[in-house]
Design a protein around this ligand. Sequence first.
Ligand SMILES: [Ca+2]
Ligand SMILES: [Ca+2]
Length: 160
Amino acid sequence: MARIWMYVSLLMFIAIKTQGCPQGWVQGPNACFFFSKFGGSWADGNAICQGFNTRLAEPEDDATLAFLLRHAKIEHPTNAQFYLGGSDMFAEGTWVWSSTLDKVNPSHWTPGNPNDDYNNGDCLTLNAPGGGLNDVRCTDTYSFICQAETENHETVNVIG
Ligand SMILES: [Ca+2]
Ligand SMILES: [Ca+2]
């Protein structure tokens, strides 16, 4: 009997340790991500992510971008584009990530972009069918992806 409880405890320990992301979020290479099922403007998505103490996703590296593209295509095939935390609203043509102001990797754009759609494409999306980043008008309606750092939520779980 004691041995069974030892196994149960061990399994529970493993379950807690591997549960790095909140319910409904997916574990990416370096962070947790939430894909919204409804759409809004870039500012809407940005505000909602910040409202949950997270931010619009910033896939700066190849592995994270590839992960988001794969997940978007498989789990959300009807949503072509998702807002990300990047913009050229401060200086036209200079694309930066929101939290770091790091430059967006030029090789991550889909072919033909950024094209400053209608002279007003200043917000960044993940274009799943296109396989990379796209610039769109910030007032257009798209779903969005929030990003939460894994460590933050492990800390929350431990305290909770
Ligand atoms: Ca622009
Ligand atoms: Ca574009």
